[in-house]
Ligand binder design. Structure first.
Ligand code: SAM
Ligand code: SF4
Ligand code: SF4
Length: 338
């Protein structure tokens, strides 16, 4: 992070006024997969046009935006993704992307512009494909290898749920061998907190969430480089899903832009009926109008980690002195749960 951006962030932290330094941009809700636990894979009716997107990004940039995480749906299916990534990089914005990896080999010129690509991988092939469709695992791994061969840092994201909870050790062994870090987070009923949707069938009992995250914490403590979570998210998930108040940076140094131009302080919570819209109001007025309310169910690992860093909770960010490691599960035959 450069010094002016750091100063801006510290200014926001000390109450001098918020700035959208880091923006999650859901480019489209269209997707080339239809994962059983996901409720964000149909295009929204009024997605922004190319011109509206570029104008909004330009305005956000002038308000201090320096990091953009392209998300979806599947961001690589968007017909203007190449131009949008190039537009941001030309303005010295660091661009990250969450993707299922399938289109990475075909979109390498754009992927090369990214500061990091985060590819979803839910375990060994059988677990991943049970949720994401036949052949999805192989295509995700081909995409991850292609990005790495192109010189782009790659991170894997694993949603831990009923489909893979007994197979996490196998994923760690694969990732260790392939030298990819994996960031783990719990499956939710919906991507939007407080909403009941298809993911409910995949959610684990609280005791199972805690058991698997304690095992991951112990593996990291032993030096397993494949556990990509920082200590703060592993520690946070020790308590999950019990309500935990944590420092919340949402709306203070970050914001989420949906495909229709609605600006939200946080992308992880239920969408309000009406949100300030960057097309209607302009980015400045939309950002000023954000709700900025924290919640107690923070579940996206990287967001959790940013929040503890933002709050300066250093004791949560350091390794624990020890972890009582629960026994390894006996891998069961895979049951497809939806
Ligand atoms: C909505 S996807 C968008 C990016 C891309 N299409 C992908 O699959 O990575 C972003 C992340 O949300 C995760 N996700 C989807 N539904 C979820 C749920 N019900 N609970 C937790 N994570 C979920 C996906 O596994 C993925 O890692
Ligand atoms: S998790 Fe990603 S790949 Fe799967 S349906 Fe949702 S948006 Fe598409
Ligand atoms: S605490 Fe709640 S509102 Fe804040 S970033 Fe986490 S999920 Fe979003």
């Amino acid at each position: 992070m450069d010094l002016p951006t750091l100063a801006r962030g510290l200014g926001a932290r000390s109450g001098l006024g918020p700035a959208p330094i880091s923006v999650g941009f859901e480019l489209t809700h269209r997707c080339n997969l239809n994962c059983s636990y996901c409720d964000r894979h149909s295009p929204s009716p009024g997605e922004m046009s190319r011109d509206q997107i570029l104008r909004a990004l330009s305005e956000l940039h002038s308000l201090g935006m320096r990091h953009v995480s392209l998300d979806g749906g599947e961001p690589l299916t968007h017909r203007h993704v190449d131009e949008i990534a190039a537009f941001l990089v030309q303005r010295q914005v660091r661009v990250y992307m969450n993707t299922n990896g399938i289109l990475v080999p075909r979109k390498l010129a754009t992927v090369r512009l990214l500061s990091k690509v985060k590819i979803s991988l839910d375990g060994p092939a059988a677990c991943h494909d049970a949720v994401r469709g036949q052949g999805a695992w192989r295509r995700a791994v081909v995409g991850a290898l292609a990005a790495r061969d192109a010189g782009v840092p790659v991170e894997l994201t694993c949603v831990v749920g009923r489909h893979n909870v007994d197979h996490v050790d196998e994923l760690l062994a694969f990732a260790d061998h392939a030298r990819f870090p994996v960031v783990f987070q719990p499956a939710r009923a919906s991507l939007f907190a407080g909403v009941e949707r298809p993911g409910a069938a995949f959610q684990l009992e609280a005791t199972e969430v805690r058991r698997v995250f304690r095992r991951l914490e112990a593996a990291k403590l032993r030096g397993c480089a494949a556990v990509g979570n920082r200590w703060s998210s592993l520690r946070h998930f020790r308590d999950y899903p019990r309500d935990v108040e944590l420092p919340c940076a949402a709306g203070h140094i970050n914001a989420t832009l949906d495909p229709e131009g609605n600006l939200l302080h946080c992308g992880q919570i239920a969408r309000p009926g009406r949100a300030p819209n960057v097309v209607a109001l302009g980015a400045r007025a939309a950002f000023e109008a954000l709700a900025r309310s924290a919640c107690t169910q923070c579940w996206c690992a990287r967001v959790v980690e940013e929040n503890y860093a933002w709050g300066g909770r250093v004791h949560r960010m350091l390794p624990p002195l020890g972890v009582a490691e629960p026994p390894a599960p006996r891998p069961r035959r895979l049951k497809v749960v939806a």
